[in-house]
Structures are given as C-alpha cells and as structure tokens.
Design a protein around this ligand. Structure first.
Ligand SMILES: [Zn+2]
Length: 491
C-alpha cells in the first residue's frame, strides 16, 4: 500500500511535535506540497536546531551552528569529532508544522458542520460543531494523539467526548476501545480513511464518511418497488451493476434495467427522496470496483460496516431477484468482495485489482494513439475479462498462473480528447511520455502535465500522483512503466 503525502501528514499530526522536515517531504510531488501549504495545513517553522552527521560512519546528532558573513547567505554546519566542520545545505534544515486548527476548520467545512471550531484542550481537542449525517445530529470533534500515554487524561477533561452522539475524528490513529471504558465508545473515524480519491490532496469523501457511520435507526425497508427480471440460470457472477449518484443500472446478459435509488429500495425511511447510508456503502463499493474494507478505505470491518453489508446483501438479493450470497466468503480481516461486477457510472475508470499501485501498471502505445494498459497481478491473482459490448464493464476472474492482461484504450477513453476528437495537450503529453519511456523534460509548473496527472489519477484511482517532477534532471517521471512500440516514422 502506498502512502500519499496527505496520509503521511495526517500520521505526523498525531505526534507531540507535528513537524515534517525537508527529508520527510522530499518525495512529495511539488503540486501536492504547494497545495497543502496554500490551504494552510502546513506552515514553515524555523530550521532544525540539530542535524545528524552524514560525513562519518558514526551515528551522531549535533547542534546546528549558523555562520553569517557579510554579503554571503547564512551557512549552516555541525562539528564532527572525526571530520571537524561539516557544512550542511540550509534547504535540508527546513521544517513545516502541521497546523491542527486549520485541519479542524477544513474538516468542519467538508462536513458542512454548523457552529464554530472551539479548541477544548490546547493542541489536542477541538469541538467542530453539529454534523448532520445518517439521519442524526452529531457533535463533531477533532482529537489528536489519542494513542499517546496521556490520552485518558485528555478525554477526562472533555466529558462531551464520551457522549454517544460524539463523532470523534482522529487524523490517523484510532485508539483501542478500552480508552473509553467503562462507557461505550463514541464513533471514532480516522480522517486518512475518509480521503476522497483523485487529485485534491485534502478532500473528504461524503459517501465513505456516511458508509463508515453506525447504522441509523432503520424503519423496516419497504423493499424494491419492482424487481430486476434476470434471464433464467443467471448467477451472481453474471450480474453487473453500474452505480450513479441516484440510480443503478442492473445488467445480466442482454437484459438491462435502470432503477432509481428509491425504486431499488434504498430510500431513507424518514426522509423522502434521500438515499440512506446503505446506498453510500453501495456507492463506495462501486468506486472501489467491488472490494470493500481494504487498506485505507474503511480500514476496519467493524460491526457497523458488517451490519450495513448484511443489509446491502439482503437488498441486492431482493432487487436482482437472485438467491445466494452476492459476496464471496470473507475470511476475518480480509475485504468484502462482490461476486458481481460493479463500477461507478461517469468517467471511465480502470478496473484495477485490489491492492494494485502505480508500480504495477504498464502503459504501452501499441498503435499510434492506442494504449495497452496492463496491471501485473500476483501469481494467485485475478484476470480481467473485458465485456463484449459497449458499456459492459467486464469483470475480474480468478486465475492460477501469473499473467498480465492488457486492455486497449484510446486517448478518448482516457478523457484526453476535446470536442471533435481533437487531442488535448494532456493527451499529447501522455504520448510524448510513453514515447520517452516514462520521462518527459518539461518545466515543473507545466499545465498539460498537471492535467494529465489529474486524468490518470481519476482513471486509475490509486493513491498518490502518477507523475513526479525530478528536480535534479528537470524532467517529469512516470511512476508506471511506459513504452511505445510504434516506430518513430509512424508517430
Ligand atoms: Zn561525524
């Protein structure tokens, strides 16, 4: 599992001294770093006062001394018992603090909470106001360092944190439930589990958030208004769902039917025309391509998610009109995996197998402007079988040997063409990038490269950006394998 700059930043926010040094941010793409600074989540603080010596084989940390001479920029050094004065690059001593109050404010904004952010325990707990979600009113909090030894004392000083209505956001470390004993624990969610996929480095995903909340009091489901009529002999692995914001298209063989969320039996029991929290689970499942509870998306298969998946299972049986379990058997600690194919409606996305990262991707230009995209899957893996018809999402099927499976895409499939099939600058950049074997000498602020990064991030939905800027070589580098089989005179 790759770590994105934002998850690294959130992990650091839990520390007593939530600062990141130059080495910690060196691998971050410039765009992401600048965006986090622009949002006020990171602010530069004074340079490090001590540095490790890398001149000798010893492992010692020395205080940094600054040498200021007229007409020269300040220089920094440490002293080494073996080599004497060791000069340092002042840029390596820069540090940035994670601004927790800004984090609290951004969470409040993302959840459209009403009320002001109030710091309740300095540097540790902020009250975020009232959050309406899943048919309930919650009192939101941001708390950091709840896995530190003094966490019990911190909680003791804010009795509201123990209320069953408390919704406690932590940056990345969820404390053991024993922390709240003997009271029942409030709802605790880690922000790093709720980040929206895509290129915005700090956006919370509303569906993931709703799916992660405990199930609300549910009035008896009325069931679907009508049922899909599957062709005789249909099994779950022949069913495909295409999930939109407010509707779902069910397909089995040549039979296709569209249902609104209310018709499909997902209307909130208390409010008309509002989908309920199980709909959010279905939406997240679609976005993740049929696996739920993996790594950083809804990390824990807690009882809350279990209960919702069990409701989802019943509703899908009722909607599609099939018996049997729509999910594979899930061993403890493993993600839920749908037997049916499922994806989000809207822009095309690559159906990557769960756990795949940029490192597993190969993009090869096989004919001018036609790209074969392959994701290497582990030996006991899965093979993607592309659907035969237009709009058919295809599915992953289990395989025994290791095998790459390629799917061909045009630049239009990747969203890199404009009106009249004209190639966008980002599409040109992609072709140049694959023809340059994954390297493209362009300036750091190149707009078509950032548009390309956005398009690829949307298409693959992996963590972290697909392209990084190499400051030394002044070129962009792809995190995936790229090549072109098209001879230069045919391009
Ligand atoms: Zn030394």
């Amino acid at each position: 599992m790759t770590t994105s700059p934002t998850t690294a930043m959130l992990a650091r926010a839990e520390w007593p001294d939530p600062t990141l040094d130059a080495r910690a941010v060196a691998w971050w793409p410039a765009g992401t770093f600048d965006e986090l600074v622009a949002r006020g989540l990171l602010a530069e603080v004074g340079p490090a006062g001590a540095a490790a010596c890398d001149a000798c084989a010893g492992d010692h940390v020395e205080p940094v001394r600054w040498v200021r001479e007229p007409q020269l920029p300040p220089r920094a050094c440490i002293s080494c018992p073996e080599f004497g004065v060791v000069w340092l690059d002042p840029a390596d001593l820069r540090r940035w603090v994670v601004r927790l109050r800004t984090l609290a404010r951004l969470v409040t904004g993302a959840l459209r909470a009403s009320g002001e952010v109030v710091e309740r325990v300095p540097g540790r707990v902020w009250k975020l106001g009232t959050v309406r979600a899943s048919g309930r009113s919650w009192t939101g909090f941001l708390a950091v360092g709840l896995t530190r030894p003094d966490a019990a004392a911190v909680i003791e000083s804010v009795p509201e944190l123990r209320s069953p209505n408390a919704l406690v956001f932590v940056p990345s470390a969820v404390p053991a439930s024993s922390l709240w004993a003997p009271d029942p624990k409030p709802t605790v969610l880690a922000l790093c589990d709720l980040l929206a996929p895509g290129t915005d480095p700090f956006a919370l995903d509303r569906d993931t958030f709703t799916a992660a909340l405990p199930p609300g009091e549910r009035s008896k489901s009325k069931g679907p208004a009508r049922t899909f009529v599957a062709p005789p002999g249909t099994t779950w692995d022949r069913v495909e769902l295409l999930v939109g914001e407010h509707d779902v298209r069910v397909r089995a063989g040549a039979t296709v039917e569209r249902f609104g969320f209310a018709e499909a039996g997902f209307e909130d029991g208390r409010k008309r025309d509002v989908p309920d929290d199980v709909w959010a689970v279905l939406r997240v499942l679609a976005r993740l391509g049929g696996a739920l509870g993996t790594g950083d998306q809804i990390t824990t298969k807690g009882n809350d998610l279990k209960q919702k998946v069990s409701t989802l299972r019943e509703r899908l049986r009722a909607l599609v009109g099939l018996d049997g379990d729509p999910f594979h058997r899930t061993p403890r600690g493993r993600p839920y995996r749908a037997r049916f194919a499922i994806r989000s409606a809207g822009a095309a996305t690559f159906p990557a197998p769960p756990g795949a990262t940029w490192d597993d991707v190969t993009v090869t230009e096989v004919e001018p402007g036609i790209l074969a995209i392959a994701v290497a899957v582990e030996a006991r893996g899965a093979e993607y079988v592309r659907g035969e018809e237009d709009g058919d999402p295809g599915r992953w099927e289990g395989t025994t040997g290791a095998r790459d499976h390629q799917i061909h895409y045009t630049l239009a499939d990747l969203g890199l063409t404009g009106p009249g099939d004209t190639v966008e600058p980002a599409g040109e950049a992609l072709l140049e990038l694959v023809r340059g074997r994954g390297r493209l000498p362009r300036p750091a602020g190149d707009e078509s490269l950032s548009a390309l990064g956005d398009a690829l991030a949307r298409f693959f939905r992996f963590d972290g950006p697909p392209l990084t800027f190499d400051r030394k070589r002044h070129q962009w580098t792809a995190r995936f394998e790229a090549a072109s089989l098209v001879p230069p005179f045919d391009r």
